[in-house]
Design a protein around this ligand. Structure first.
Ligand SMILES: [Zn+2]
Length: 588
């Protein structure tokens, strides 16, 4: 890219999707500055580990395979003090590849060209010393032609560091390509279902996709892309300023303008010669199907970031769910017991100073979920009575409409708080695989469960819970609408008409709301209950975690259970299992 080699351009922000060759462009740039301009360069990756990987897989490969690099890098392929994982000593210049998570990496070295790869993934405040961009770009002071290149796939809209940087730019260039039919130049845009332009396809058939010209509705095929890209130009939509392939900046009257010092670019997968349009359309279909199925937005979030190259707007779910609406949709469960579609049961428990609260949910195919019970057991956690009562509660069975008595398969029990040891002991006594002690992860965006490889030093299988992730899932599913409670409803939460399932219960279930919070990674949206009680939502997340642990680590197979529920006659072997016989003897 000519903008990179132009000495007058000091800052380049490049927002991009995956699969557009950004890494290769930066590599080429490091080679160019080393070979032609003998400039010292600092290449920052989000962490030291990323830096090491990048050096091994990208930099070393380039130095080995690109012939002209040998003339300026005599130590190619050798291990020496001039060729390490963090330093490449060229003739006349250096290239350092460093992690952006260590304050010392922002000291000592002076540089002419800085790169920040995946800028949104950096710790915003490095060791409490300030923004990585501020610290890094300080290394450029004293350079005659300083250059700061920030490249990133976007993440969340709220707290996005790169969107703030783009606003400071003189121009924000997007790639305008001519329609092969009417010749009107335009930016390729995703469009959307109700949009008159953009990507269109026959329902469920990504292979039929085409692009509808924004100006005249012409049908543009993927095959046309190559020639469109050849004739494309970078253009700032606010001012009409353009940048051509020769690196010339000119205004809308085709008059040259002085080179701007600070510019931004956006490019996304639609322009990529390596990705068929039908490929990402099919990814979009999968992502939206998943939302329709069970309210899971992770895939669409990823699509938005890595294919569209756009930030994900997290602030649209800052509104608190209305507990009264959920209350009004309570339903009468079948007379004999809970729905036959509930296949296995999971529980979540929360330890408080004077009580244990727990929720029990049955889960069916496609995450359809039925609340069976929420209980509050009061008592002193330092006395055995509470634990005895709890044990009885946890080992009871629930009757299903087909007459089956079903026990809870697994519990997650929050052990953070005052009675950690008691919860651990309880897990050991009740069965370490039956009652899993858990702890909420303090970092935002962790996976729902991180199940340990081995017991911790207290001898229990302490599992970390990505509480925010869990709340995202539960709250997204609570937004799903269902018109017929007698038919399967993927992802849907059913609630029974019962005295304990009252407005207070739903107020707690909906107690949390996302608010902006300052963290070491910048501003992020986190869940907050304010002063509202929130045990009910915690128990819902823990029950979901128990279900997830059972699938990922204990081979739970709901399809098989569904088969058994449908055809109990094929079930004889299981019925006569040792456990069942023992149970029947006990009852008798
Ligand atoms: Zn057209």
């Amino acid at each position: 890219m000519n903008a990179i080699s132009n000495d007058d351009v000091r800052i380049i922000n490049w927002i991009k999707s995956a699969r557009v060759g950004a890494t290769k462009i930066m590599l080429a740039s490091t080679g160019y500055f080393a070979e032609h301009k003998k400039r010292n360069q600092l290449f920052y990756q989000p962490t030291n580990g990323d830096a090491e990987d990048f050096c091994k897989t990208e930099i070393d490969t380039m130095l080995r395979d690109v012939a002209c690099m040998r003339d300026i890098f005599p130590d190619v392929g050798k291990k020496s003090k001039n060729n390490t994982q963090t330093l490449k000593q060229f003739l006349g210049s250096t290239l350092r590849v460093l992690g952006g998570n260590t304050p010392t990496n922002f000291r000592r070295y002076s540089s002419h060209v800085n790169y920040y790869d995946e800028a949104e993934a950096f710790t915003h405040d490095v060791g409490g010393e300030g923004s990585f961009l501020l610290l890094g770009d300080k290394r450029l002071e004293g350079a005659i032609f300083p250059k700061s290149i920030r490249m990133t796939t976007p993440k969340l809209k709220y707290g996005s560091i790169i969107e703030g940087e783009v606003k400071l730019s003189d121009y924000y260039f997007k790639y305008h390509v001519p329609c092969p039919h009417c010749d009107e130049k335009q930016v390729l845009k995703w469009g959307g279902k109700d949009c008159s332009y953009g990507f269109k396809w026959d329902k469920g058939k990504p292979e039929t996709c085409f692009y509808l010209c924004e100006h005249n509705g012409c049908v543009i095929k993927n095959n046309d892309l190559y020639h469109m890209n050849e004739k494309g130009i970078w253009r700032d939509e606010d001012t009409g300023v353009q940048l051509d392939a020769e690196g010339r900046f000119f205004d809308k009257n085709n008059i040259d303008i002085p080179t701007p010092g600070n510019i931004s670019f956006h490019i996304w997968t639609a322009y990529s010669p390596w990705v068929q349009w039908s490929q990402f359309v099919s990814e979009f279909i999968i992502a939206t199907d998943l939302i329709a199925k069970d309210g899971e937005t992770t895939k669409l979030k990823t699509f938005c970031n890595t294919t569209l190259g756009e930030t994900w707007d997290d602030s649209n779910d800052t509104e608190r769910l209305d507990g009264d609406i959920l209350y009004s949709r309570r339903e009468h469960y079948p007379l004999g017991g809970f729905s036959k579609r509930g296949l296995a049961i999971f529980g979540g428990m929360d330890m408080q100073d004077d009580r244990v609260e727990g929720s029990v949910y049955a889960v069916g195919l496609d995450n359809e979920t039925f609340l069976l019970e929420h209980f509050i057991l009061r008592g002193d956690p330092s006395q055995s009575q509470l634990w005895d009562a709890l044990h009885v509660k946890m080992t009871k069975t629930y009757t299903r409409e087909d007459g089956q008595e079903i026990p809870v398969s697994r519990w997650c029990f929050d052990s953070a708080g005052h009675f950690t040891t008691e919860v651990y002991d309880f897990s050991k006594q009740a069965g370490e695989h039956f009652v899993i002690p858990t702890k909420g992860a303090s970092v935002y965006g962790e996976p729902l469960i991180t199940y340990p490889r081995k017991r911790n030093k207290h001898g229990v299988l302490l599992t970390m819970i990505g509480t925010d992730t869990g709340k995202d899932i539960v709250y997204n599913r609570l937004k799903l609408i269902n018109n017929d409670n007698d038919k399967p409803a993927p992802g849907y939460y059913h609630f029974p008409v019962a005295e304990w399932c009252n407005k207070g219960f739903f107020a707690q279930l909906c107690s949390e709301v996302k608010i902006p919070k300052k963290t070491s990674r910048g501003m992020v949206m986190v869940y907050d209950a304010g002063s509202r009680r929130n045990e009910v939502i915690d128990c819902a997340v823990l029950s979901l975690a128990a279900y997830k642990i059972s699938i990922d680590h204990y081979g739970l197979n709901l399809s098989m259970l569904s088969e058994k529920a449908e055809h109990p006659e094929r079930n004889t072997k299981v019925k006569n299992s040792f456990l069942d016989v023992a149970k029947r003897l006990n009852r008798g």
